[in-house]
Design a protein. Structure first.
Length: 124
C-alpha cells in the first residue's frame, strides 16, 4: 500500500467506519427482532391450556420495536455521516463531525436497558 495517496486511505477509512456503524445497526435490529419474536413465543405458549404457569408477556414486543428503530436510526445517521465526510474528502477540506451518532446510540441503548430492567423488576 505504499503507492496509495492519503486521499485513498482516507476514503477507505471512511468506508470502514461506515461499515462498522452499519454492522452495529444491523446487530441492534437483529437483537430487537429476536426480542420481539421471543415475546410472541411466550404469548403463544400462554394460550396453550396444557402449559402450566405460562409466563405473561412483559412488553418484549415494544422493546424489540425500540431496538429495531434504534438500529434504523443508527444506519441512517451512519450513511449521512459517511456522505458528509466523503464530500469533504473530495473537496480536500477538513470537517469536524458531530458526535450526535454516538450520543443517539448510547442514549437510546441506555433508555432501552433501563426500561427493560424496570419491567423485569416489576415482574419478579
Amino acid at each position: 500500500m505504499e503507492g496509495q495517496t492519503p486521499l485513498f486511505r482516507d476514503h477507505a477509512a471512511n468506508e470502514r467506519t461506515l461499515l462498522a456503524w452499519i454492522r452495529t445497526g444491523v446487530a441492534l435490529m437483529a437483537f430487537g427482532f429476536a426480542i420481539a419474536r421471543f415475546g410472541l413465543f411466550l404469548r403463544e405458549m400462554a394460550s396453550i391450556p396444557s402449559v402450566e404457569h405460562a409466563p405473561k408477556s412483559i412488553g418484549s414486543g415494544w422493546f424489540g420495536v425500540a431496538m429495531v428503530v434504534l438500529g434504523l436510526v443508527t444506519n441512517v445517521a451512519a450513511t449521512i455521516r459517511y456522505l458528509r465526510i466523503r464530500k469533504a474528502l473530495d473537496e480536500q477540506r477538513t470537517i469536524s463531525m458531530s458526535p450526535l451518532l454516538v450520543y443517539v446510540v448510547g442514549f437510546g441503548s441506555v433508555l432501552v436497558a433501563l426500561a427493560m430492567a424496570v419491567i423485569i423488576a416489576r415482574a419478579i
